[in-house]
Design a protein around this ligand. Structure first.
Ligand code: ZN
Length: 480
């Protein structure tokens, strides 16, 4: 039996590549990384069905990104109206993880250890009265333990959040755990003793069974993080059960979650009071921009990490008021949630560029992973706007020859950094541009922060009066 070497770094895409993880039966550590950086047909069970989050009314993605290259982090989790208890659980987990990471940065500000924290999200089920989300944490610190995944479940019928283990009925947990143990024993890195030990403590059982999700054909996949079961060196294990095997063990909630995975209803109803859909600006650009940056003073404002509701919508309204064009470097998982906002950006004459799927430092990925991060995002942009992007901005500005050669997109950095993510102060953000800006600057801002968006009218008003014109990055490059 060949022992696979595990590279948790491959799994930055975890939430996606997990869907393609193979289930290797009764032996062998199952490693989702070996399935590569792309979801696709697996040798075992059907992958998790893709959920379209743009159909979830009132959805908000909570993003917090630190753009400092000595303490780089990007976290996200969804806030779905009606699922407050589940949102609170994700918020608590994300904030705890982030606090630990930031403490580490404070203790050793050099950042020389290659540290990075990335928490991304994936919807598993969002229909009927069931919501399921997986958070994938890639922690590149010595104590961080690499890749961790956890699924969060919400039962809209009961109005309560659920552990993954609650997918299994109380009376069937003994049989379920016995079957899991049988599958795990004998895999590389485990033996009867270590498996029994992992399940011996009842409070530990809920903790290690914290990633369970159905496959498109109704089977159940249970994923164990590194060092939860067996030898840490063996990495992650996936145990898959067929629909026929698992169905008798499921709780009422588990059966509904299974059904909504296999045959999703058209909409999600968690019993929340109707959430008014946030307004999306309808401004339409009048033709091409004829600004000649050789003759007039141009600036390219760029906004990264969005789209975000409602911040991006507000920003689009401000830009329209001043006939300003800008460039949005969007994150794929936010495009999936807010395709309507990306469509509105393009319709208003702004440029939409690629900022990766979930904001990793691309220089720490393999070429295949870089390609996947960018291609998957370009596809989401094209689906939303009808047009594929030509530019990308590498997260943290981190780019090298491997990243450049993994894509045809042209990298765009910046010439003026507002550091707006550091200062939640609109006046300060506005001044950071107004006081320093020079002709043909590419200005870096982030439209996930309300304070950054609130700084924009002052920037547009003051600089318009000084004769500046606001153009897209491609327009600036073509005419300066
Ligand atoms: Zn960014």
């Amino acid at each position: 039996m060949r022992t696979r070497l595990l590279f948790p770094s491959l799994l930055l895409l975890g939430s996606l590549s997990l869907t393609a993880a193979c289930s290797s039966g009764s032996s062998g550590a199952s490693d989702s990384a070996t399935a590569g950086a792309r979801p696709g047909p697996s040798s075992g069970t059907s992958p998790v069905r893709a959920v379209d989050p743009s159909k979830i009314r009132g959805l908000r993605i909570v993003n917090d990104n630190g753009e400092n290259s000595s303490c780089p982090f990007a976290t996200s989790y969804p806030d779905v109206p009606g699922a407050t208890a589940m949102t609170d659980a994700m918020k608590k987990d994300v904030e705890q993880r982030l606090a630990t990471f930031r403490q580490l940065c404070d203790d050793d500000p050099t950042g020389a250890d290659g540290r990075e924290l990335n928490i991304s999200h994936q919807f598993l089920v969002a229909s009927g009265n069931v919501l399921g989300v997986r958070l994938t944490t890639q922690d590149r610190t010595a104590a961080g333990g690499g890749l961790r995944t956890r699924t969060y479940w919400y039962d809209g019928k009961a109005g309560a959040d659920r552990t993954a283990l609650a997918l299994v009925g109380d009376g069937s947990r003994g049989a379920f755990i016995a079957a899991l143990k049988k599958q795990l024993k004998g895999r590389d890195g485990t033996d009867a003793g270590t498996v029994d030990e992992a399940f011996a403590d009842r409070s530990n059982v809920v903790a290690i069974l914290d990633d369970m999700a159905f496959t498109a054909d109704g089977g159940l996949r249970v994923t164990f993080d590194r060092d939860e079961v067996g030898a840490a060196a063996a990495g992650r294990y996936v145990v898959a059960f067929s629909k026929a095997t698992v169905t008798p063990w499921l709780s009422g909630f588990g059966k509904r979650a299974q059904h909504q995975t296999v045959q999703p209803s058209r909409s999600l109803d968690l019993g929340a009071t109707a959430t008014p859909a946030p307004a999306v600006p309808t401004h339409t650009a009048s033709g091409d921009d004829d600004t000649d940056c050789k003759k007039v003073r141009c600036i390219a404002l760029t906004f990264d990490d969005g789209p975000a509701a409602p911040e991006t919508a507000t920003l689009l309204t401000y830009l329209a008021q001043y006939h300003a064009r800008a460039t949005f470097f969007v994150v794929g998982q936010n495009v999936a949630a807010h395709a309507d906002l990306v469509r509105a950006e393009a319709r208003a004459g702004h440029e939409v560029g690629n900022h990766s799927w979930n904001h990793p430092d691309l220089t720490k990925l393999t070429p295949e992973e870089v390609t996947y991060q960018l291609n998957h995002t370009s596809a989401a942009i094209k689906a939303a706007t009808g047009k594929a992007p030509t530019l990308f901005r590498p997260p943290y500005g981190a780019v090298n020859s491997t990243v450049r050669s993994a894509t045809k997109l042209s990298p765009v950095l910046w010439t003026l950094d507002t550091e707006d993510w550091k200062y939640p102060d609109s006046a300060k953000v506005a001044q950071s541009v107004i006081a320093k800006v020079q002709r043909n600057d590419v200005v870096l801002m982030h439209d996930i922060h309300a304070t950054s968006v609130a700084a924009v009218p002052e920037i547009l008003r003051t600089l318009s009066a000084r004769g500046y014109r606001f153009v897209t990055v491609s327009h600036l490059r073509a005419t300066m």
